[in-house]
Design a protein around this ligand. Structure first.
Ligand code: GDP
Ligand code: IMO
Ligand code: MG
Length: 423
């Protein structure tokens, strides 16, 4: 059996959580492959709203195996909060969540190092979620990280050695006041470690490949989005993992020839949180209108998201990098009240037209737009494609024609039920 991959094609927050939850009934296994609690994946059903940070979005469907893969970084404190929040809502997930022994741990000092690094950058800061992601992946690549499997033996010794090293960096390099925050969270961090020990800690690469050989179907859930990828995003304004499809191979131990469908999801417009270039950004009242209609405030940090029109140059780049076989268009309803909808089909730089994603998205870059008519009607109650306004059909067809990739689902609201399968 091949594994399907679902990932974001923009700057994150495309609606991955909602869609994974909607697709989970079609799969036996859901596995997160990268990122950590910088992610905030929102699901809405039965009048409940849940935001998941580390736990895969398949967790609310019965009899499904959920796996946190080796490519993920786990903060025991956030993990504990997630488990407690779920338990308070009546969800006991202890039997259907498996955690890779090779996933790296976010130490209390990683978060402090993140804060110290951002502070030291001043105006050039990344706009990180400050969850310790960069410093944790830096330790992983620097071969100094601690992994979930390490908590089983001689952990204190390994932990102390890393913490001392981080403290020395905070003190001597960043001159960052850390003691109060560190002391306040270390105890809870160890409570999180104790909680982690109660879960099934597995060699997830073997577990996953066995499941695939038993003909179990698997959906790999991405975090962040392609334009935040460490290699191909707008570096250095990116996250610290490979968010693209290849990240599912390294983050789960799935060989490339075992990847099946690659489902790319995008918003009918664009958003970005944090710093970095954003060619179609609208810093005017149209941007405010999108933010308000789309409730565009970060699920993890609550920051207002920057908003702009759909960017097909960036989308085509993402499709190329991921080998996207089909797309899902999210938040179509957010465009309900626009007379005209703009779509960026190219960039102009110093009088030259560029249709491929350039090395540098400089301030001199100007988007070239095509204007399409809006549908000016409420999509949120629609349940079938024959109820689609012609302008929406036209919008979908335009994107499919430009990208050459079919759109198989359109989402018309945050709820599980507000999802329409096309064709
Ligand atoms: P993720 O990180 O990709 O899982 O996305 P987030 O959960 O961070 O952000 C997506 C937001 O849009 C959440 O608040 C969702 O509840 C909401 N959402 C998802 N799909 C739709 C949709 O089709 N329409 C509207 N209006 N909201 C949606
Ligand atoms: P989901 O999975 C949107 C952004 C941050 C910042 C940059 C680096 O919910 O789509 P980091 O904390 O990784 O060091 O931040 O990446 N970022 C996200 N933006 N959605 C996310 O995740 C993000 N995770 C990180 O805002 O610009
Ligand atoms: Mg999110």
């Amino acid at each position: 059996m091949k594994a399907d991959v679902l990932l974001g094609l923009q700057w994150g927050d495309e609606g991955k959580g909602k869609v994974v939850d909607v697709l989970t009934p079609d799969y036996d296994v859901i596995a997160r492959f990268q990122g950590g609690p910088n992610a905030g994946h929102t699901l809405e059903f039965n009048h409940m709203k849940m935001v998941l940070h580390t736990i895969p979005s398949g967790i609310f469907r019965e009899n499904k195996i959920n796996i946190i893969g080796n490519g993920v970084v786990i903060d025991p404190i956030v993990f504990k909060h997630e488990i407690e929040t779920l338990a308070a809502k009546g969800f006991d997930i202890s039997h259907n969540l498996y955690i890779s022994k090779k996933a790296h741990l976010i130490l209390p000092t990683h978060r402090l190092l993140d804060a110290a690094s951002e502070k030291s950058k001043g105006d050039t800061k990344i706009g990180s979620t400050l969850k310790g992601i960069g410093p944790t992946y830096r330790d992983k690549i620097g071969r100094e990280g601690l992994r979930v499997g390490d908590i089983m033996h001689d952990f204190e010794e390994k932990y102390t050695s890393r913490i001392e090293n981080h403290k020395s960096l905070l003190e001597n390099y960043y001159h960052f006041d850390y003691e109060e925050i560190f002391d306040a969270c270390e105890k809870e961090w160890f409570e999180g470690i104790d909680l982690l020990k109660t879960f099934s800690l597995v060699d997830s690469e073997n577990f996953i490949n066995e499941l695939l050989s038993e003909e179990k179907s698997l959906l790999a859930e991405g975090a962040q989005g392609t334009l935040l990828d460490i290699d191909f995003g707008s570096y250095p304004f990116v996250t610290s993992s490979n968010t693209i499809c290849a990240g599912a191979c390294t983050g789960l131990g799935i060989a490339p020839n075992k990847i099946g469908r690659v489902i790319g999801i995008f918003k009918a417009y664009c958003t970005r949180v944090g710093s970095g270039p954003f060619p179609t950004e609208l810093k005017d009242e149209t941007g405010d209108k999108l933010r308000k209609a789309g409730n565009e405030f970060g699920s993890t940090t609550g920051r207002p998201r920057r908003c702009g029109w759909l960017d097909l140059v960036a989308l085509k780049y993402a499709i190329m990098l991921n080998g996207v076989t089909e797309m899902i268009m999210m938040k179509s309803d957010v465009l309900d009240q626009f007379d005209e909808i703009r779509v960026c089909v190219g960039y102009e730089i110093d009088g030259e037209v560029v249709e491929s994603f350039p090395y540098e998205l400089s301030d001199r870059l100007r988007p070239i737009y095509v204007d399409l008519p809006g549908w000016k009607s409420d999509l949120t109650g629609i349940t079938r494609t024959d109820q689609f306004p012609d302008e929406l059909k036209n919008y979908i067809r335009f994107i499919e024609d430009e990208t050459g990739v079919p759109i198989t689902i359109a989402s018309v609201g945050p709820n599980r039920d507000q999802t329409i399968r096309l064709g």
